[in-house]
Design a protein around this ligand. Structure first.
Ligand code: BJ8
Length: 428
């Protein structure tokens, strides 16, 4: 996972990682990456950047975080889309996503969390308890949020291991909820000002908003290209771009994704794709997929389908909405940030009709032949909301396959059979 010419072990030691366990992790992930990614044909040349980023995920990027801290900056860990990265950035912080997508140290985790906790929570806890995540060890503060019950309660235990601050996210979208959420942003600003030792200014927040919007605009461009047939980029590669968006350097990432978007637009003009024009097109919706969770995309695409959009937190939910850029005061800009974030349609909200509209709209825009609803086992919000999504898809005449799974590979054979049968049905 790291440049072989640089030995990062002294840095990892300094961060307090368990070097033996960490070396094991760094052996496993490149194998998974090679199997899922490097085996693909006709990838856009620009994806070489992401190959490099993944190869340096615990190396160069962590070094950059340490250099940033040494220069007086902070690192803020997050677990959820609702934590506004613009505010972190405006206060000299680097925001890093901490959700993890692999089983780790479950033996330790299951001593404190019930076995029937979703894989995302168990994995995040496992990476911390097993001391294998240099991102969480770099964080000056970890920001949690009151979304699902599992996360909310797990933060209490996580707080015994790291400095944790929890934002209260309302679970409805009435005017009173927006007011609560807006007040919560003020409290978040105050907390970050305390941690960073800086004062939030309008100019800094305006600049950070523009930079983060530019990042989202670049992802929008990349994903707009996926409307084309044949698809110019695989779903797996598009998923990876969003996964990396949560921790990469913002201006560099924006530049690289725009370069890939240029390439995709040229591919479309030349009629060039990564899959045949008649490959079944699938929209994926559901629980988030964190690195290195590429399982379902990989199964769909190895079975001959192509994933054309994701209604996921590691997908459209992350990049579709932008913060308005016309505010002239700090208070107004914070109002705009509050509105943008409360507009995200997570299944933690009730009712949540916006998500159903998003799923159907994305399926239509990206000419999906079918929908795959992906939920992590024991993720009650998405598993329960799957029923509503399934009904809406049926009413819209779109076939839907429900996949409830976790991070283990035990069910891969069975899932492959179900996905192949689904794709055959879409082709018929
Ligand atoms: S905005 S999806 S990142 S809360 S998978 S921990 S919901 S039991 S992650 Fe999420 Fe924010 Fe919503 Fe997105 Fe709970 Fe489900 Fe686990 Fe989940």
């Amino acid at each position: 996972m790291s440049d072989t010419t640089v030995d990062y072990h002294p840095m990892w030691t300094e961060l307090g990682l368990d070097l033996v366990a960490h070396d094991m992790l760094l052996t496993a992930i490149p194998q998974m990456y090679a199997d899922a990614y490097l085996s693909q044909q006709d990838r856009p040349a620009g994806m070489a950047y992401f190959d490099f980023v993944l190869s340096e995920i615990h190396g160069l990027r962590i070094k950059e975080l340490q250099d940033h801290k040494a220069a007086g900056g902070t690192v803020i860990g997050t677990f959820c889309l609702y934590v506004p990265e613009e505010i972190i950035r405006a206060l000299g912080g680097l925001s890093v996503g901490l959700c993890a997508g692999a089983e780790w140290a479950y033996d330790q985790v299951e001593q404190v969390l019930p076995r029937n906790t979703c894989a995302l929570i168990k994995s995040a806890m496992g990476f911390k308890m097993g001391k294998v995540c240099p991102y969480v060890e770099s964080a000056d503060l970890v920001v949690g949020e009151t979304t699902c019950d599992g996360k909310k309660k797990a933060y209490e235990l996580f707080g015994e291991l790291a400095p944790v601050y929890v934002m209260e996210l309302p679970q409805m979208k009435r005017a009173a909820d927006l007011e609560l959420w807006r007040g919560e942003l003020d409290r978040f600003v105050a907390k970050l000002e305390e941690v960073t030792g800086r004062r939030l200014t309008f100019e800094a927040l305006q600049q950070a908003t523009k930079e983060v919007n530019d990042k989202r605009r670049a992802l929008q461009r990349l994903n707009a290209a996926r409307v084309a047939s044949p698809a110019p980029i695989s779903g797996k590669d598009a998923l990876l771009a969003v996964q990396v968006a949560f921790y990469d350097d913002v201006p560099r990432f924006t530049q690289m994704v725009n370069k890939i978007a240029d390439e995709l637009e040229a591919r479309i003009a030349a009629g060039q794709g990564v899959a045949p024009a008649d490959a079944p097109r699938v929209l994926i919706t559901g629980s988030p997929m964190s690195i290195p969770n590429w399982k379902v995309h990989d199964l769909v695409e190895k079975a001959g389908g192509v994933v054309v959009s994701e209604e996921l937190c590691t997908g459209a939910r992350y990049y579709e909405q932008l913060v308005a850029e016309d505010a002239t005061t700090l208070e107004d800009l914070l109002d705009d940030i509050a509105e943008k974030y409360l507009d995200i349609n997570c299944a933690c909200f009730t009712p949540n009709p916006g998500r159903i509209e998003d799923v159907l709209r994305l399926a239509r825009e990206h000419k999906a032949d079918g929908i795959l609803h992906y939920a992590l086992q024991f993720c009650a919000p998405y598993q329960i909301e799957a029923t509503t999504v399934e009904r809406a898809a049926r009413d819209a005449g779109l076939p839907l396959l429900r996949v409830d799974t976790d991070y283990s590979m035990e069910d891969v054979g069975q899932l492959a059979t179900r996905i192949e049968a689904f794709l055959e049905m879409l082709e018929a």
